[in-house]
Design a protein around this ligand. Structure first.
Ligand SMILES: Cc1ncc(COP(=O)(O)O)c(C=O)c1O
Length: 427
């Protein structure tokens, strides 16, 4: 018998966005009956030996220190482990010329949790019954924003404009400032930079313009910097984090090799840090202290930034080049395929304009030839209007071997060619 669930229970027990597809992928892999798949669907980073070694070394250092008992045998503060907060404040103050104090930093069990707290503190119904929206200024964006608000009506996303280089088969999304609306009905703004799934990096000017639109309403702009410098530094184009009075700079250590330890970080004005901290005290007390303690060691020694720049970034940037080159070689020039500019993150984003079948059907056909990528329509949380483009895109993870990426792009090119040809014949 199904358990009796509340409204929130029902809502939260539904898998949203890409997680629903992941179920299909896991079942496909399980029932593959000996078929070998090249799986380029994962959002899970690869284990890079140098990165694993860094965390092993920091763990050994923690184990040998008198602090060990204090870290794992005691409860701590809901704001976060003090040495980690201090390490981040020192690093960011030096690196970016900021004046962060210990009340400007907050640690959560992974950044997903941080967005859940923020979405429900700032989005949803106020005590006077007003619906405050969570604005995603540029759709597509991180699929995980789709399930974070207990009041799903609150999530509103805006269609972008497209910069298209037709001859080069490249494109880039830009926020459409003629559409993006931030008013007294907005509770907060969220976007990822670099962006999962597209690899887009909003320019400094675009970020400042969004922050300026929000500024009169005293609401936070959360910049999801899960792939940004200084760690994990998964930007392939120049970018500097943008700070400001109404910006909550949000980070994650997941792509810097610690996804299992669940560490999210928010940096911003004390008034917001305080409400986030209270929410966390009620929801989960605090984040695990072991991960926070080893992170403090890796930040203080400078090793985390160093490894990010010399190992993590070049590894994924090289994967993007392999993917880009193999697509160029395999894809017919006369097909309307467009690769999003690879400016960061661990994914490539492919748009097949006027694709005669849906992204879901294309995904199924690609599975038949042993390749798994993610249909793009799951990456438009909050964008409820119909838009053909939503069904013409795919996220391809850069987590395969070079050989796998090359083979997968060759097979993808063939499936795409056949799909376009079929309609040409039947038309
Ligand atoms: C853009 C973005 N934000 C947030 C997250 C959540 O990361 P975590 O909760 O592991 O910090 C992810 C994970 O893939 C992501 O890609």
């Amino acid at each position: 018998m199904n358990p009796a669930l509340t409204q929130i229970g029902t809502q939260m027990s539904n898998l949203t966005g890409v997680r629903a597809i992941m179920k299909d992928i896991i079942e496909t892999l399980r029932s593959g009956a000996g078929q070998q798949f090249i799986n380029l669907s994962a959002g899970n980073p690869l284990i890079l030996p140098e990165v694993e070694q860094l965390w092993r070394d920091c763990t050994a250092q923690l184990l040998a220190s008198p602090e060990y008992g204090e870290v794992v045998c005691r409860y701590g503060s809901s704001q976060g482990y003090a040495p980690l907060i201090e390490a981040i404040a020192n690093d960011f103050n030096k690196r970016y010329g900021l004046k962060l104090g210990d009340r400007n930093i907050f640690i959560t069990p992974g950044s997903q949790t941080l967005y859940f707290y923020a979405a429900n503190i700032f989005g949803g119904y106020t005590t006077s019954g007003q619906l405050k929206q969570i604005v995603l200024p540029l759709s597509p964006d991180y699929t995980g924003y789709g399930g974070i608000c207990l009041e799903p009506k609150a999530l509103v996303a805006y269609k972008p404009t497209l910069d298209i280089d037709a001859a080069g088969h490249r494109f880039k999304y830009r926020p459409d400032f003629s559409q993006v609306t931030i008013t007294e009905n907005t509770g907060c703004v969220i976007f990822s930079r670099p962006c999962n799934p597209t690899g887009n990096v909003l320019t400094d000017e675009e970020v400042k313009k969004i922050a300026a639109l929000a500024s009169p309403y005293n609401l936070p702009v959360l910049i999801d910097s899960a792939y940004a410098p200084p760690f994990p530094s998964l930007n392939f184009t120049e970018m500097t984090p943008v700070f400001g009075d109404n910006i909550l700079h949000c980070m994650s250590l997941s792509k810097a090799g610690l996804p299992g330890e669940r560490i999210g970080i928010a940096i911003g004005d004390e008034k917001w840090i305080e409400v986030l901290e209270c929410f966390q005290a009620n929801a989960s007390l605090h984040s695990s202290r072991y991960g926070q303690a080893i992170a403090a060691l890796a930040i203080n020694s400078g090793a985390l930034v160093e490894i990010s720049e010399t190992v993590i970034r070049p590894f994924y940037q090289n994967k993007f080049t392999v993917l880009e080159t193999s697509l160029e070689q395999a894809m017919p020039k006369n097909l309307p395929w467009f690769l999003h500019r690879g400016e960061g993150a661990i994914f490539a984003w492919l748009w097949l304009e006027n694709l005669p079948i849906t992204d879901w059907e294309f995904y199924q056909e690609l599975k038949q030839v042993g390749v798994i990528i993610v249909p793009g329509s799951t990456f438009f949380p909050g964008l409820n209007e119909e838009w053909a483009h939503k069904h013409q895109c795919f996220r391809i993870s850069l987590t395969g071997s070079d050989e796998e990426i090359v083979t997968a792009m060759q097979r993808l090119a063939k499936v795409a060619q056949e799909a376009y040809q079929r309609t040409a014949v039947s038309a």
